[in-house]
Design a protein around this ligand. Structure first.
Ligand code: HEM
Length: 567
């Protein structure tokens, strides 16, 4: 069973820590005549790998598909990576988080309107919430990062063309603008869906292929490139004329930082470097966050007690102040120290968007490491997988107190494999003081501060790596945390999320079943079992881990109007 499982590249998501238990070790090698793979679920070893950047570089061949528009921060190593990190790093400082918070709150309300209707009554089935969370996260990064305002279809009528034309920012909506074949959102979403094809041929040849998927990929590559060109030209003119924009203004910062407009100096950068970075930040900046939001909603819909605890915690922390008064400065830390962060952390623990963080050793350069006081060596020229199974390694993840209730899926799964955000609340007092990594160059670092709140359970260093760790950790970690916590707070301060049960019973049938009674519970349980099966079996990664070929429909209902509450 284990041998069969580990041939699946995403086995760590499907079977968790089991193979390590059977092997009796949290590091094991899979050796074939062609290659050696090391799988690692030990926190101490993971920390050594993430902090020794030169000994354990990234396998760049895996990132080639991200180079469509140019080399970038994600797909480079060594001195080239330093160059890209220095260019992009300054845009991710603390001062930009306010903007991310504001945009996330704004778009969260638009998302709610889409899901609950203009009158906010809700209780309508959202068949594929992942599509909308993807749209939400794309709109936040577009505005916060690139000054592009994307209008939701239900909001387009509220913006006259005159208003749109006089704004400094670029407005894009569902219309296909002149000179384009796809709207902005379609171009990126088609590109991401079909990115694999970009590896077999350049866009202009893909467009001539008899296969629809190839043609779509080709068009999407060119379309997205055109949008980027337009944004670049617009920004270039703004920078050249000394205009400044608020917030991250990533493109502006890239143009200024690269010195590309400075005719007197030889720049280290080319336009393709700016395009390449803009593309990967847009991509990395929305798919991961969208998944985390989507899965948080589904997990909470399956677990009424955790959802209620979340709502109570948000009410207590935000004290029913109107959403319009929420600010990053006053409110982010409240959310980061409480149940909203516990929900976010637990979702990322169970469904880490990048299942195996890939590293390697250089050929001919074996690398020593220590584990439990013993010295070992990883051979040179091998692939290394920092396995998300470390997130389900029982030695790092104590169960929450037995009296923290759960209505979630059956207790058939071991605790460590279940969604229990309460496990993050078990040690509410700050434990050891936070010790930040020493970076040899401050410009190379991403966001400062802790991965998780000091007021919540503090995982052993290296045992919780949804954002990776060390030098090559996620530069957008704080961006993502601000965004996810803001949207969770907006949604759950007003609404509850439930699984839609349309497949099992009509609305009229549900209404006839007594509230809280066994008949209703049986229907709800069917929806939970289906969702549980899909989340455990039907996911796959193209770039990040997502549901593939199936959806888990949900409904948002006003708080107090829930249909499926069982004590
Ligand atoms: C829940 C949300 C997110 C998760 C779980 C996540 C996870 C990760 C992980 C695991 C890596 C390391 C990848 C590797 O080693 O191959 C990474 C890198 C990166 N992430 Fe994120 N990310 C998230 C959100 C974001 C956001 C919002 C942005 C930008 C706005 C972003 C931009 C990047 C970039 C540019 C890198 C490459 C950094 C480097 O190599 O120096 N990510 N992310």
């Amino acid at each position: 069973m284990v041998v069969g499982s580990i041939l699946d590249p995403e086995w760590a998501y499907r079977v968790g820590h089991k193979p390590f238990e059977i092997m009796g070790n949290d590091v094991f090698l899979v050796v074939s005549p062609f290659h050696v793979h090391a799988h690692i679920a030990d926190a101490e070893v993971i920390t050594q790998i993430t902090t020794r950047r030169n000994d354990f570089p990234k396998p760049l061949e895996l990132y080639a598909s991200l180079d469509i528009y140019g080399k970038n921060l994600v797909s480079s190593e060594g001195p080239e990576w330093r160059k890209h990190r220095k260019l992009t790093g300054p845009s991710f400082g603390e001062r930009n988080n306010e903007l991310v918070f504001v945009e996330a709150v704004h778009h969260a309300q638009s998302l709610l309107t889409l899901w609950t209707g203009l009158d906010g009554s809700g209780n309508k089935t959202v068949t594929d919430p992942s599509k909308d969370t993807m749209r939400f996260a794309l709109y936040v990064i577009s505005r916060a990062g690139f000054d592009i305002r994307v209008l939701w279809p239900h909001e387009e009528h509220a913006h006259s063309q005159d208003e749109v034309d006089t704004e400094d920012s670029l407005f894009v909506g569902s219309q296909v603008p002149p000179g384009h074949k796809m709207n902005y959102r379609e171009a990126l979403s088609e590109l991401l869906h079909n990115i694999i094809w970009t590896q077999i041929a350049p866009a202009k040849y893909l467009m001539k292929s008899p296969f629809k998927a190839h043609q779509t990929a080709g068009i999407a590559v060119l379309e997205w490139g055109k949008y980027m060109e337009e944004i670049y030209d617009r920004k270039k003119n703004q920078v050249a004329s000394g205009q400044s924009s608020s917030g991250m203004d990533l493109f502006g910062a890239l143009i200024r930082g690269s010195g590309i407009l400075d005719n007197k100096k030889q720049s280290d950068f080319q336009k393709s470097d700016l395009m390449g970075n803009a593309f990967v930040i847009m991509l990395a900046g929305h798919e991961t966050t969208a998944n985390a939001l989507h899965f948080s909603l589904v997990f909470l819909a399956m677990d009424w007690h955790s959802q209620k605890a979340l709502q109570d915690d948000i009410d207590r922390r935000m004290q029913s102040r109107p959403i319009a008064d929420w600010t990053y400065e006053e409110d982010f830390m409240k959310l980061f120290n409480g149940m909203p962060a516990a929900v976010m952390n637990e979702t990322l623990r169970l469904l880490q968007p990048i299942v195996n963080i890939p590293k390697r050793t250089e050929p001919g350069r074996p690398q020593p490491f220590t584990m439990n006081g013993q010295q070992y060596t990883l051979p040179g020229g091998i692939s290394i997988h920092l396995s998300s199974a470390v997130h389900r390694n029982p030695k790092y993840w104590p169960a929450p107190s037995p009296d923290s209730e759960t209505t979630s899926t059956s207790t058939a799964h071991p605790d460590v494999d279940r969604f229990r955000p309460e496990r993050w609340l078990i040690d509410a007092a700050p434990t050891t003081p936070f010790v930040d990594l020493q970076y040899d160059d401050e410009d190379l670092r991403g966001p400062s501060g802790e991965d998780t709140s000091a007021h919540l359970f503090k995982p052993v260093k290296g045992s919780y790596i949804p954002f990776s760790d060390g030098y090559r950790s996620c530069i957008g970690r704080r961006f993502a945390q601000v965004e996810i916590l803001a949207v969770l707070a907006v949604i759950f301060s007003q609404y509850s999320v439930e699984l839609a049960v349309d497949e099992f019973a009509s609305d009229a049938e549900v209404e006839r079943m007594p509230r809280g009674g066994p008949e209703r519970k049986a229907v709800w349980q069917k929806a939970v079992d289906r969702a549980d099966r899909l989340l455990r079996q039907e996911m796959g990664s193209v770039i990040t881990l997502q549901l593939r070929g199936a959806t888990i429909p949900i409904r948002l209902v006003r708080r107090g109007e829930e249909r499926f509450v069982f004590e």
